[in-house]
Design a protein around this ligand. Structure first.
Ligand code: PLP
Length: 372
């Protein structure tokens, strides 16, 4: 079956108790068991697993083309579990442009867990090969990346990871499985912030790991969630499952809108650079064409004149709300360096744009008047 059909039907069988077509929300934290704690109905305690999770996880695995998935209370909880599952003395190789809070895990937590890390430009495969150490257990890529929209060759990186005996994790939050299938390209784990496109309406926080194989990495991450408790709540599970139903439609339309905006602004005199993998001027456009179905709803604009000028443009936007996060139906933008705060490595003239479902021309008109 194709992804549009899977997205509508996965985890959607009518409720066995009532026949309701919309899935029920079970808020119970505890489930009747036998006198010796025998599971009578498949569940015991909410932190071990709950009925919403049992619908959502196989649905995500099916959509992403993996064998199994685990959902978490946020994208960061999912990413932290992947890192916590590594033995101490491991080394993790991160791509140089990744979501800033993952860099903070590397700085603030990995040393305490006895894990080394380093950073490399993953567009340079020779540099990646050189950066792999004897104890490298994980390569962590994000494609397209937040906020520079870097695209890396996932199949080539998967080959390098495999040759080194390391796991290859791809943060596919920006692309979603609608546009990019890292597991089919050789990745072992795909990370998503479900807060973004999966939820799709800026009203739920969640995260997911999808595993190519239901193996040791899956079991370890399941144990971490069970004991440390980064569980996705029943209501949030329900909202993410609901979001999946329209994921392909939304992402396709958002990609069309973003491409039109990128093209409209590419040669604008007030814009220094548009970072968007769908533009022929993007350094990895050919790779993006090969490994993505379309180029996504995210883009970044580097404004001529520096930080103050970029902030002035953000302040003049009307339809685009100044807001963090991304992937909602409404268009938003933000001065990313201000949002990331001290320690940000984002260029000071960069505005990150999350393109929504409004009419393309209304969005272009708003950005043009803001750039005037
Ligand atoms: C690419 C990417 N990965 C991971 C995360 C973390 O997700 P969450 O905010 O749900 O913890 C984000 C959040 O913005 C993100 O943009």
């Amino acid at each position: 079956m194709r992804i549009e059909t899977i997205a509508v039907h996965a985890g959607g069988s009518p409720d066995a108790a009532t026949g309701s077509v919309a899935p029920p929300i079970h808020l119970s934290t505890t489930f009747e068991h036998g006198p010796e704690s025998e599971k009578l109905h498949g569940f015991m305690y909410i932190r071990d697993g709950h009925p919403g999770e049992a619908r959502l996880e196989p649905a995500l695995a099916a959509i992403e083309g993996g064998e199994a998935a685990l959902v978490f209370s946020s994208g960061m909880a999912a990413g932290a579990a992947a890192l916590q599952s590594l033995p101490s003395d491991s080394h993790v190789l991160f791509a140089d442009d990744i979501y800033y809070a993952v860099r903070d895990i590397a700085k603030d937590f990995l040393p305490r867990w006895g894990i080394e890390s380093s950073v490399v430009n993953m567009a340079d495969l020779t540099a990646v090969e050189r950066s792999i150490r004897k104890n490298t257990r994980l390569l962590w890529a994000e494609s397209p990346s937040n906020p520079l929209l870097n695209v890396v060759d996932l199949a080539a990186l998967a080959r390098l990871a495999r040759a080194a005996g390391a796991e290859f994790l791809v943060d596919g939050t920006f692309a979603t499985p609608v546009l990019q299938r890292p597991i089919a390209l050789g990745a072992g784990v795909v990370l998503h912030s479900a807060t973004k496109y999966f939820g799709g309406h800026s009203d739920v926080q969640g995260g997911a790991l999808v595993f190519a194989r239901r193996g040791e990495a899956y079991e370890k991450c399941m144990h971490i969630r069970h004991i440390l408790g980064g569980v996705l709540s029943p209501f949030n599970t329900w909202l993410v499952l609901r979001g999946l139903r329209t994921l392909p439609c939304r992402v396709e339309r958002q990609s069309e809108n973003a491409l039109a905006i990128a093209r409209a602004l590419e040669n604008h005199p007030a814009v220094e650079t548009v970072h968007y993998p769908g533009l022929a001027s993007h350094p990895a456009h050919e790779i993006a064409k090969r490994q993505m179905k379309a180029f996504g709803g995210m883009l970044s604009l580097r404004i001529r004149g520096g930080r103050e000028r970029a902030i002035a443009v953000a302040a003049r936007a009307k339809l685009f709300t100044n807001a963090t996060s991304l992937g909602g139906v409404e268009s938003t933008l933000e001065h990313r360096a201000s949002s990331e705060g001290s320690g940000s490595t984002t260029p000071p003239n960069l505005l990150r744009v999350s393109v929504g479902l409004e009419h393309t021309q209304d969005l272009i008109d708003d950005l043009l008047q803001a750039l005037e």
